[in-house]
Design a protein around this ligand. Structure first.
Ligand code: ADP
Length: 540
């Protein structure tokens, strides 16, 4: 016997229509590429998303055709999120920080038909358009009078001109909720990038889950600032969860430096922000010297790479901002775990609570996880035993878009991360399996070694890599960027490790560098760092 409830497919268009109808006057504020601040409401965003849908119809785009973006977090990008997916096309958010060759490769692989780009990426589009053979239309996300003349880009028009003449009414099509809605390529630090292809169902389920109180806890009472880019796993789903809850949205545009982000948080009374550790590091560095404080910020989600304990402490103890440590990946839409405490933890001391908060957290309903050994046998949840982390669930990848092989192992997706899980189900990432340092048959977590270094007051950033060693196979060294105007010597830093980790885990050397190479998603690029240090010799 089937249930007798309405069978309404979960479609992304329903999120924006909900926001327009029930939170019509809630604001969406964007710092534009032009530098000024733009503000309007969900009601207006929905109207313009419908204009986008009409404009795509006018281009005779087919169902499931791909529409690419090269764009910062802003209102026009937000309209494309809904207009493209809502009308049954697939939004392909391209990461502009990728190498131009890779961008062309991705656009061809996805068979993008349209490319919408912020004017800051005009030179990039000029450089790659001739190689992007499937793209038929180029849309510059700007007013008609800002459209560059003689750009050399064929079929180029301004966004405002493109949607301007279109009606703001549109009957969103109703179709199977398993239809593809958007796609995102992984950064491809090894080999060619691979695409996760999200569906309406996976994205709306993920949006529900992300908004839960024990997850990102997004509400109509919040003003949320996704600093995590909309080209990086849909800004962790926040553009969807914001519409689902009616939260005020604040978009930083291209200005992600510490000063700009801080000022936006203050001027727009942001209560809630989300981003990778490097962004927050820049903001804290900006705030410290002038003794700046937050007046409204209460919570921040930090993920994408391990959040150093020193950062969690600084937010928590110095600024009264709760840090929610999150873990996920492109293939997981991206949320897998978030670190929030349980009722039974109430009576713990602050120190004991902090120990839990440093972990990557427990899974959200919808995701299941396990750790296994090299033979695929499940390992115990004791908080000590580490193994390969596998996940499954309705917003986790089944296969890559036009992928060559089945990525799953008995229905589970191997994340490439190594982790422990404790008896309460809190997972802690030990390392990415390719970054873990194998010394004398034992594993050293590069994350642990980095966390100790960045706890030193003179250290701005630190990256630990393994260097070949004749006896131990590999030994860790730590590459360090000093804070401006601060100093620490090699020996002082190595002495700082004493008592904080086992002796054999202390790095063999410190290499001071001006900068640590960052990848397209703002994470430390250890492959590049290893290349840069290829001639490095361990001290005898
Ligand atoms: P890529 O970096 O290849 O673009 P993702 O952005 O999807 O891919 O990154 C996913 C990976 O980032 C995870 O597999 C994990 O290694 C790392 N990661 C994400 N969040 C965290 C976290 N909170 N702590 C440690 N590592 C994390």
């Amino acid at each position: 016997m089937l249930g007798l409830m309405q069978n309404q497919p979960m479609l992304i268009s329903s999120l924006i229509e909900f926001a327009a109808r029930h939170h019509g006057d809630a604001e969406i504020v964007s710092r534009r590429v032009e530098g000024d601040i733009h503000r309007y409401t969900y009601r207006e965003a929905a109207q313009r998303a419908r204009q986008v849908a009409n404009a795509l119809d006018a281009l005779n785009l087919e169902f499931s055709d791909r529409v690419a973006t090269l764009a910062w977090n802003g209102y026009r990008h937000f309209e494309l999120y809904y207009g493209v997916s809502g009308s049954g096309r697939v939004l392909h958010t391209i990461n502009p920080r990728l190498h131009p060759e890779q961008i062309a490769w991705i656009a061809n692989h996805a068979q993008d038909q349209v490319l919408c780009f912020d004017l800051s990426f005009l030179p990039l589009v000029q450089a790659v358009h001739a190689k992007c053979t499937s793209i038929r239309h180029y849309i510059a996300l700007c007013d008609a009078d800002k459209l560059p003349a003689d750009s050399g880009i064929p079929n180029l028009q301004s966004y405002e001109n493109w949607i301007g003449g279109q009606p703001s009414r549109y009957d969103w099509p109703v179709f199977d909720e398993n239809t593809a809605s958007s796609m995102c390529y992984t950064s491809g630090t090894t080999g060619n990038p691979k695409a996760a292809l999200y569906s309406h169902r996976s994205s709306t389920l993920h949006a529900y889950a992300a908004a839960l109180p024990d997850v990102m806890s997004i509400s109509a009472r919040d003003a949320i600032l996704p600093v995590v880019p909309m080209f990086h796993v849909n800004a962790w789903g926040m553009p969807y969860s914001a519409a689902l809850t009616g939260a005020k949205l604040v978009f930083p545009g291209p200005a992600m430096d510490g000063k700009s982000v801080y000022e936006l948080i203050e001027s727009e009374k942001v209560t809630y922000a989300a981003g990778v550790p490097t962004v927050w590091q820049m903001m804290l560095t900006h705030m410290k010297p002038g003794g700046l404080r937050f007046s409204t910020l209460r919570r921040t989600v930090i993920g994408g790479s391990a959040c150093p304990p020193a950062m969690i402490h600084a937010f928590n103890n110095d600024y009264g901002v709760e840090v929610l440590h999150a873990w996920g990946m492109t293939e997981m839409s991206p949320l897998g775990t978030l670190c929030t405490l349980k009722n039974k933890h109430d009576s713990l001391s602050d120190d004991e609570k902090m120990k839990i908060r440093l972990k990557q957290g427990r899974v959200i309903y919808g995701v299941d996880m396990k750790i296994v050994d090299g033979g695929g046998e499940e390992l115990p949840w004791d908080g000590k035993t580490y193994g390969d982390l596998l996940v499954k669930g309705p917003w986790i990848i089944r296969e890559y878009f036009q992928g060559e092989s089945d990525p799953l192992v008995n229905g589970w997706f191997p994340t490439g991360d190594v982790a422990t899980i404790d008896a309460d189900g809190y997972m802690q990432i030990t390392d990415r399996s390719k970054d873990v340092i194998k010394s004398g048959g034992e594993w050293i977590s590069s994350i642990d070694i980095e966390n100790i270094a960045v706890a030193h007051p003179a250290v701005l950033m630190a990256a630990c890599i393994g260097v070949a060693h004749p006896k131990w196979d590999e030994r860790p060294i730590i590459a360090v960027v000093k804070k401006p105007g601060m100093d620490v010597s090699r020996d002082e830093l190595l002495a700082f490790y004493e008592g904080k980790t086992a002796k054999w885990q202390i790095p063999d050397d410190v290499v001071f560098v001006d900068a640590i190479p960052l990848g397209a998603t703002g994470k430390m690029l250890k492959t590049r760092l290893r290349e840069l240090l290829k001639d490095y010799q361990l001290p005898a």
